[in-house]
Each structure stands twice: as structure tokens, then as C-alpha cells.
Design a protein around this ligand. Structure first.
Ligand SMILES: *Cc1c(COP(=O)(O)O)cnc(C)c1O
Length: 432
């Protein structure tokens, strides 16, 4: 099959190289680990995307998760237009902030108070500062394979040994910052116990993604999350759920609701802003009272609670509260995933499609994967071919085999049938 035309995208990318490092404003967009130049997107509607060359795709990236209603949903669009007509930003409180907060908090049993920020990274950075301020401890325990935005102290990978201080995974992060981050493997109770033994009364918080979904989809057992809950309580450390992907995705209450486990601090991003740059962190009223101006932990933002962004969030989250929204979305996803898995099994392809809620991840293996180190880097060669074949058949997946796919309510059963056919053909090429 011929490759799609990328003439216009290539021109735009060439020009972009003059302006931006690597030609992009976020690294994964550069298509470094797949074939060809990045596609420049012209527009999106429902579950479809059109690129600058006029190619049309079924979109399984959905802006990396925020677009749970698909592109250009009328509730979001109309709210945004209404807000824009009244002005873009005031740097003063608006009723829209109350409205979005009320929508969230009255339907969430795990969070009492919230603070809006402008990205997931900012939410995590603030949650960590809050945990440190509240516990008066400095160290943070994180897991290898969890991504928490580009916060300095989170750009840390595991060193050698079972429980280690992290090593920085980006230039520009001081070694002394990494020394405050302890990195351990997921799904390993002994490593957590060992960390608390090694650093008694020093760990401010354990931070974990609601479901680790940034380095493959590393679904943890509920019992393990419950164990983290109990161990952090026993050690007077806080448990932070980074729900930037899973919040409003696994259900309105995110992973905390899905597992029915109470975190101490929760971070949100992506879906919460309906496609606009919004993040948030929330906790009990008691913990949140430590945030400035009520408490001593400083955190601020010129554009925090931006009215246009709040309006988009209100438009999107209102739709999610419709009865049966998640049931329908999750069932549609489960059926889609099951038929791809069945096809692979019939053909004896070594493929496992991991899935939870409306997230899925193609892993080119037949092993169960719950830890970062279980992912075989060589399997990414297969993803690279798969990605090219899918693009040629009108399917857009995020340009990295470590990234998960997202299904939105705009993906109809008919469209998913078409997508499946393209996926089957592409798998045949990968395994030919
Ligand atoms: C995307 C993501 C972030 C970072 O959010 P940005 O809005 O990109 O800064 C943090 N944590 C998790 C779990 C994410 O998926």
C-alpha cells in the first residue's frame, strides 16, 4: 500500500524547524520513533481528524486524552464562544470557576476542595509542594514507568538497586533534586516496604498515576493500590493519585472512584479542560487549607481559572454526568478491544491489547505487563510498522508505541468496525 501524501505537512515541518527546537512544542509530536514527518493537523470533528494534505483519519489520540467527547463537541464549542464574547481573561474571580468546581465536587466523594491551574504538570508540581508543606517532609516516592509531567523532581528514573535515589532523566535537573525522589518498580510490595524502612519519617508522599498510562498501560491490581494506601497511612505519608489521564476517564471520579480508594491529594488535567489548558489539584478541606492565601504553601497563576477554559470544562463535564455515559463508552471499548484480541489469537500473533475504561494499549507481546521493565524495547520495531500501516489506512494513533489509545463518545460502533478492519490488515503486515 502506498504511503499517504505528506507534502504540505513536510513543508510546514521544515518551516517549523526554523522556529522550534526539533520543529515542535512538545517532543513526542516530532514522530521520532515512527515513520515520516509529523502530520500537521488542519481540523477535527467528532472522532475524525484532517491533516494539512487533506488526509482524513479516525483519531485514537484525541489530543492525548482530553477529548473524551471527540473534536468540536457542540456543548464545549458553544460554551467557549459564549465566554469568549465576554472577554478572555480578568485575573479576578468569575462565577464560571464556582460552576466548574461545584460540578466536580458535588459528584466526587473523594475531594472536598480544589484549586485550578493551567496544566497537568502544574497540578503535580503544586500537589507535591502541598504534600511537603503539610507533612514537613521532603522525599517523594515515585514509580518507574509513571509520568507526572515535566516537574523537575519527577524527571527522575530508577538508579541501580531495588530501592534507590533516582538519577535525573533530563539534563538541567540538579542532582540534589533527584536525591529527594525515591524511584521503585511498580507492583512490588517489598520495594515499598523497604523504602519506608530506609527513609523513616522522611517520605512526604507516594505518587502514582491512577492507572499508569504513559509508558504502556500498566494496570495494577486493586489490592496493590490498597496496600499503598495502608502503608502511606501507617507511615503518616500522603498518597497522591495523579489522575491527569484517569480523572473523568475511568468514570467521573476517576481511578479513586473506580477502585474506591481514598487518596489524600488528587491531580487532574486533560479531560477537565475540555481541550483547553486546565489542570487542578484537590484534597480534603483540611489538607487544602494549607494552600495560600489560607495557609503557608504558596501557589498562584495569572491565568488560573481562566473563564474561557472554565467554560470549556463545564461544557464537557456536564455531558459526562449524563446517565449511562461511561457504561456505554466503556462497553464500546471493551467490545472493540475484544475483537482485536480475538483476531490476533486466531492468527497466532503475539499481541496483547491491554485495556481499562476507554483506554487501550497495543503491546506486541503475549506476556502480562505490569511494570516498565517488562516492556521489550525491541517490540517497538513492530509498533513502528503498525503505525505507518494504520496511517495509510486512515487511522491516527499517537506516534509512539509507549503511548495509550483513547476512545471517545464520538467513536460510533460503525466507525470502530471500519477501524478494526484497518487494524487487522495492519497487523497482517506487521506479522508478515
Ligand atoms: C499528561 C500528564 C501529565 C502532564 O500534564 P501536562 O498538561 O502535559 O503538563 C501529568 N501526569 C499524567 C499522569 C499525565 O498523563
Amino acid at each position: 500500500m502506498n504511503d499517504i501524501s505528506r507534502e504540505r505537512s513536510s513543508e510546514l515541518f521544515e518551516k517549523a524547524q526554523r522556529f522550534f527546537p526539533g520543529g515542535v512544542n512538545s517532543p513526542v509530536r516530532a514522530f521520532k520513533s515512527v515513520y515520516g514527518t509529523p502530520l500537521f493537523i488542519e481540523k477535527g470533528d467528532g472522532c475524525f481528524l484532517w491533516d494539512a494534505d487533506g488526509n482524513k483519519f479516525i483519531d485514537f489520540c484525541c489530543s492525548w486524552g482530553p477529548l473524551i467527547l471527540g473534536h468540536n463537541h457542540p456543548s464545549v464549542r458553544e460554551n467557549v464562544i459564549d465566554a469568549v464574547e465576554k472577554g478572555m481573561s480578568f485575573g479576578a474571580p468569575t462565577a464560571l470557576e464556582n460552576e466548574l468546581a461545584e460540578l466536580i465536587l458535588t459528584h466526587n466523594r473523594k475531594v472536598e476542595k480544589i484549586r485550578f491551574v493551567s496544566s497537568g504538570t502544574e497540578a503535580v508540581m503544586s500537589a507535591i509542594r502541598l504534600a511537603r508543606g503539610y507533612t514537613k517532609r521532603d522525599k517523594i516516592l515515585k514509580f518507574e514507568g509513571c509520568y507526572h509531567g515535566h516537574v523537575d523532581s519527577m524527571l527522575v528514573k530508577a538508579g541501580s538497586g531495588l530501592v534507590t535515589f533516582g538519577e535525573t532523566s533530563s539534563a538541567g535537573v540538579p542532582k540534589s533534586f533527584a536525591d529527594e525522589t525515591i524511584v521503585i518498580p511498580l507492583n512490588d510490595r517489598g520495594a515499598v516496604e523497604q523504602a519506608f524502612k530506609q527513609f523513616p519519617d522522611q517520605i512526604a508522599a507516594i505518587i502514582i498515576e491512577g492507572v499508569p498510562a504513559n509508558n504502556g498501560l500498566l494496570i495494577q491490581n486493586k489490592e496493590y493500590i490498597q496496600f499503598l494506601r495502608e502503608l502511606s497511612t501507617a507511615n503518616r505519608s500522603l498518597l497522591i493519585f495523579d489522575e491527569v489521564i484517569t480523572g473523568f476517564r475511568l468514570g467521573f471520579e476517576g481511578a479513586a472512584g473506580y477502585y474506591d480508594i481514598q487518596p489524600d491529594i488528587t491531580t487532574y488535567g486533560k479531560i477537565i479542560g475540555g481541550g483547553m489548558p486546565v489542570g487542578a489539584y484537590g484534597a480534603s478541606a483540611e489538607i487544602m487549607s494549607n494552600i495560600s492565601p489560607e495557609g503557608a504553601v504558596y501557589q498562584a497563576g495569572t491565568l488560573s481559572g481562566n473563564p474561557v477554559a472554565m467554560a470549556a470544562g463545564i461544557g464537557q463535564l456536564s455531558e459526562l454526568l449524563r446517565p449511562g455515559f461511561y457504561k456505554e463508552l466503556n462497553e464500546k471499548t471493551a467490545a472493540f478491544v475484544a475483537s482485536v484480541q480475538q483476531y490476533a489469537a486466531d492468527k497466532e500473533y503475539q499481541l496483547t491489547v491491554f485495556s481499562i475504561g476507554s483506554l487501550f494499549w497495543f503491546a506486541f507481546t503475549d506476556r502480562n505487563i505490569q511494570k516498565a521493565e517488562d516492556i521489550d524495547p525491541l517490540s517497538m520495531d513492530k509498533f513502528k510498522i503498525f503505525h505507518r500501516e494504520l496511517l495509510n489506512r486512515g487511522i491516527y494513533l499517537g506516534p509512539s508505541g509507549y503511548e495509550v489509545g483513547f476512545i471517545s463518545s464520538a467513536h460510533t460502533v460503525d466507525t470502530l468496525e471500519n477501524a478494526k478492519r484497518a487494524i487487522f490488515e495492519s497487523l497482517d503486515v506487521v506479522y508478515s
